[in-house]
Design a protein around this ligand. Structure first.
Ligand code: C2E
Ligand code: MG
Ligand code: MG
Ligand code: MG
Length: 292
């Protein structure tokens, strides 16, 4: 009887949640369908976040970040729809659109600034990736040297030989390869050792803690040192305060990205405000406001 009671209680609990769960499933279904038509309806745009070199305090490039303005729901975060599009495979045409759009805009930028494009593991495994990239470069006239592809380590967990080969293919075209969010997820030093990489992007969780957590600081130190020894550029993500930036410069980190330097903005808003970075008091304040 006790067992029966327990089962009944669990059953009640499940049915109590069911309407909510059902709603969530339906909502997701709708979102998937909407995603299918988002490209043709022009609901996507790219936001560009500046990358600042700490060596010469210059903006050396921008990361393209996709934005979806849903007709009824408003802005939907890529953290929500990208994983969904990866599951359904929709990320392949969406990623193709991102590559084209990013290359098209980057072709108009001055001073050899690069554009960094996030490539999903699903795209990376697709045989279409190389063709999509070369088509985007050809259509835009952007030199391959100004395109950087960002991959997370999730893309690298499988067959090491195949991945090395794919990365070599990209690099033989002159495209740079960055490992995104390094230090999280499937982090393994084997990736750094075996794969041809141009840049390591250190996850922002290390940056945000380093000033009061000695372990985070130690990890930052080790990664920047490793980058120097292996001639791989390092970039720290999520820099929000001048203190963080100073610390990273002291560690010899090559470049930074984060709200302190600039938020992701539509092209035109960013519109390449000169080559040098001027520490702007209001940018710092903005970052402070967002955190509080
Ligand atoms: P990511 O590639 O690691 O991009 C960095 C994320 O951190 C961006 O979030 C950016 O807006 C945010 N960020 C930048 N600076 C700061 C800072 O100082 N503080 C804080 N708290 N956050 C900062 P976003 O744009 O929401 O993108 C989230 C993730 O979605 C990206 O992480 C990337 O994995 C994915 N994503 C975005 N665009 C694309 C795309 O075009 N294709 C693919 N496959 N994935 C994309
Ligand atoms: Mg990225
Ligand atoms: Mg990242
Ligand atoms: Mg990330």
């Amino acid at each position: 009887l006790a067992l029966y009671e327990a089962k009944r209680k669990v059953g009640d609990r499940i049915s109590a949640y069911e309407p909510q769960l059902q709603e969530r499933i339906t909502a997701r279904h709708h979102l998937e369908k909407d995603l299918d038509r988002a490209i043709e309806r022009g609901e996507f745009h790219l936001a560009y976040q500046p990358v600042l070199s700490l060596e010469d305090e210059r903006i050396i490039g921008y990361e393209a970040l996709i934005r979806w303005d849903h007709p009824t729901r408003g802005p939907v975060s890529p953290a929500e729809f990208v994983p969904m599009a990866e599951e359904t495979g929709q990320i392949v045409p969406i990623g193709r659109w991102v590559l084209r759009e990013a290359c098209r805009e980057a072709a108009t930028w001055p001073d050899q600034r690069h554009v960094a494009v996030n490539v999903s593991p699903v795209q990376f495994r697709s045989p279409l990736l190389l063709a999509d990239i070369t088509a985007a470069l050809a259509a835009s006239g952007l030199p391959a040297q100004r395109l950087e592809v960002e991959l997370t380590e999730t893309a690298m967990v499988e067959d090491g030989k195949a991945i090395s080969h794919a990365l070599e293919n990209l690099r033989s075209l002159g495209i740079r390869v960055a490992m995104d969010d390094f230090g999280t997820g499937y982090s393994s030093l084997v990736h750094i050792r075996d794969f041809p990489l141009d840049r390591i992007k250190i996850d922002r969780s290390f940056v945000s803690r380093a000033l009061d957590d000695p372990h985070s600081l130690a990890v930052l130190k080790a990664i920047t040192q490793m980058g120097r020894d292996m001639a791989i550029a390092t970039l720290a993500e999520g820099v929000e305060t001048p203190e963080q930036m100073r610390m990273l410069r002291d560690l010899g980190c090559g470049a930074v990205q984060g709200y302190l330097i600039g938020r992701p903005e539509r092209f035109g808003a960013t519109a390449l405000r000169g080559g040098t970075y001027l520490p702007a008091a209001d940018k710092t304040r903005e970052a402070d406001e967002r955190r509080s």
